[in-house]
Design a protein around this ligand. Structure first.
Ligand code: FAD
Length: 390
């Protein structure tokens, strides 16, 4: 039996960031990850899965010790964001310069973020990455967690943290139920090269079937996240490249000219969810294990990094490691994070419904609202700061 202070199940972006924050402070952490992260090759094309990383998340990645190696691999800053309504003339333009910043955030491949974090994790003496292995079971006896892994290893700790994604095994074994809202939509992702430069701008058009975003990568490449009703996403996946390029050009209203090339495509079903509880005695959930949201504003993992930062702060303020599993301590984390996560999820759902509405008076008010925000500097700055995780 190997003894640790904390076991983190899931070495994805959120779990490995939390592992780093704890290990950096001398906490003995085991991070159990099911899959070996794929190595990075600068000549390889961009991965399909990317995240828009806010400045707050960047600061978490810096504190974790991962930012330098992420930067050395590959990332793309974006300085502006242009959002417009598919119907009417409503539009809003955000510029980092308006609030004296160099950029609004960075578009980074998920795999690059995870690799940077895993590298940092392995540099801390008190951290151990157990990979590939997955959690099979755990029990709690007298405030100690006993976990068994697929490779036969047995671990014990004061606290087990589920950072194991939307289908969390930790959450399932803890019998914590989940409130789910199936949006009946899928997020279609791919990478394209366009005729015109993206100008380090994130372009997003709201269409009644769902928003489409062109997120800037290197040179004239953009990462696409296109929300569609699931049957329409299946149709788009089945189109040949030339027909799909035309669909993309029309969807973004030729803002970046012609789509010259398109990579493979994939689609992910979209669901909003909230675990009924984020904590139990000796158990905590973070990131997608605790909540998932609509990707329309690219906030999912940014909320997860906020969870990781807050939980690390609360655990590191305890007077002894044995206290880390106390329910009263873990409740502080849930109280600090649930409100933000729920409000953000509801706000994304409200945006999604508002822009899906085809009733003409609602469309007119929506357009007036967007243009009003665009012309009102104070309100606009509030929106920019919110999007930057401030
Ligand atoms: C189309 C789309 C676009 C998105 N775009 C953005 C964006 O721009 N910005 C943003 O902030 N968010 C975005 N998101 C959301 C974001 O991808 C997720 O919020 C994020 O990946 C969650 O990270 P996580 O570490 O909590 O979970 P995951 O990424 O799911 O990682 C969980 C890890 O746990 C491991 N694991 C699972 N079970 C076990 C087990 N039993 N034992 C051991 N290991 C296990 C898995 O292998 C995995 O590595 C998007 C989502 C979608 C669907």
């Amino acid at each position: 039996m190997k003894k640790y202070d904390v076991i983190i199940v899931g070495g994805g972006m959120v779990g490995s960031s939390l592992g780093c924050l704890l290990a950096k402070a001398g906490i003995h952490v085991a991070v159990v990850e099911a899959f070996e992260p794929k190595s990075f090759d600068v000549d390889a094309p961009h991965d399909l899965r990317v995240s828009a990383i806010s400045p707050f998340s960047r600061s978490v990645l810096s504190d974790a010790g991962a930012w330098q190696s992420i930067e050395a691999m590959r990332l793309s800053p974006y300085e502006q964001m242009h959002v417009w309504d598919g119907v009417g003339n409503g539009e809003i333009h955000f510029d980092a310069a308006e609030i004296g910043e160099a950029q609004l955030g960075h578009i980074i491949e998920n795999r690059v973020i995870q690799l940077g974090l895993v590298k940092a994790l392995q540099s801390y003496e008190t951290a151990e990455l157990i990979c590939p292995a997955h959690l099979k079971n755990f029990t709690i006896e007298e405030k100690t967690v006993f976990a068994t892994l697929s490779n036969g290893e047995e671990l014990s700790a004061s606290l087990i943290i589920g950072a194991d994604g939307a289908r969390s095994r930790v959450r399932e074994l803890a019998k914590i139920s989940v409130n789910r809202n199936d949006y009946g939509q899928s997020g279609l992702v791919t990478v394209v090269e366009t005729e015109m430069p993206h100008q380090n701008t994130a372009w997003q058009r709201f269409i009644s079937t769902g928003p489409i975003a062109f997120l800037p990568l290197n040179q004239n490449q953009s990462s696409i996240v296109w929300t569609l009703p699931s049957d329409k996403a299946d149709y788009m996946l089945a189109l040949d490249d030339d027909a799909f390029k035309i669909q993309l050009e029309e969807a973004i209203e030729y803002k970046l000219g012609k789509v010259l090339s398109v990579a493979q495509r994939a689609a992910f079903p979209l669901k909003g969810s909230q675990a009924e509880s984020y904590v139990r005695p000796n158990i905590a959930l973070v990131g997608d294990a605790a909540h998932t949201i609509h990707p329309l504003a690219g906030l999912g993992v940014n909320l997860g990094f906020k969870d990781a930062a807050k939980l690390a702060e609360i655990l590191l303020a305890t007077s002894s490691v044995s206290e880390m599993g106390d329910f009263s301590i873990l409740r502080q984390y849930e109280r600090a994070r649930r409100g933000d996560n729920v409000i953000t999820m509801k706000a994304m759902e409200a945006f999604s419904s508002l822009f899906a509405n085809t009733f003409s008076p609602i469309q007119q008010v929506r357009n007036i609202g967007l243009n009003w925000i665009n012309q009102n500097n104070i309100i606009k700055q509030v929106f920019i700061k919110q999007a930057m995780g401030k």
